[in-house]
Write a protein that binds this ligand. Structure first.
Ligand code: DC
Length: 225
């Protein structure tokens, strides 16, 4: 049997990971997995339980009792919390901040990494996140670290907010992105650093399609597709 292919795409918020990973999955006939959605579902559970995301022991207890599931079919995916589809509910600014906080806790990461590993099915996955190449799938044959300048990332995130009907300002968005970069990079466990064998792509002046073409070329050169 041919082993399923794993393509890991890591990088900071707003670097274009979701768009690129979705397009790449569609081009290659692989499933798309947004690992951040699993941390967001955990954060939603914590907020709904009325627990502070900074109260470590309470958070760990609440998450231990949470049933988080992830379904993926081609470039579409959904995340479920205790049997409820929360794919839309996890996109609020409150959940975004709480996700950065709960993802610092080892017990939370352990549970969600096990879930992420279980999602490699069929022909394979394009999985995006922060530690997919470094921790979740250190053996992945193709790892991309996607980055972009902060101002450009803030512009993109704001455009996405506008398209999806969320109010935001460029200044606040840039501030939030900077704050999250800091939380993700300073985290003791699985900090946001490229895997040693990751290929870095700076998307500041590239379109998503141009990034996808570069990754496809790498996949072909490595005879993965
Ligand atoms: O990619 P995102 O914004 O949906 O991620 C939400 C949070 O989850 C973010 O603060 C970083 C964290 N995260 C993580 O720690 N590891 C991952 N593999 C994916 C996301």
């Amino acid at each position: 049997m041919i082993e399923p292919l794993v393509i890991a795409i890591d990088g900071p918020a707003g670097a274009g990971k979701s768009t690129v990973a979705q397009k790449l999955a569609a081009r290659l006939g692989l499933n798309y997995v947004d690992s951040g959605a699993t941390y967001r579902a955990a954060a939603l559970k914590v907020l709904e339980a009325g627990v502070s995301p900074e109260d470590e022991s309470a958070v760990v207890e609440v998450i231990a009792g949470a049933e988080i599931r992830f379904t993926t079919d081609g470039d579409r995916c959904a995340v479920w919390l205790d049997g409820r589809d929360v794919t839309q509910d996890i996109r609020t600014p409150e959940v975004t901040l709480a996700a950065a906080q709960v993802s610092r806790l080892p017990a939370v990461r352990k549970k969600l990494i096990a879930l992420q590993r279980s999602l490699v099915q069929g022909r394979g996955v394009v999985m995006e996140g922060r530690d997919i190449g470094s921790v979740v799938f250190p053996e992945a044959p193709l790892k991309i670290f996607l980055k972009a300048e902060v101002q450009e990332r803030a512009h993109r995130r704001r455009k996405q907010d506008q398209e999806e009907g969320r109010a935001s300002t460029l200044e606040q968005t840039a501030y939030d992105i900077g704050r999250r970069d800091q939380l993700d990079a300073e985290r003791k466990i699985s900090p946001l650093i490229p895997a040693p064998d990751a290929v870095e792509i700076d998307s500041t002046r590239l379109t998503a399609d141009q990034v996808v073409e570069q990754i496809l070329k790498l996949a072909q050169e490595r005879r993965l597709v």
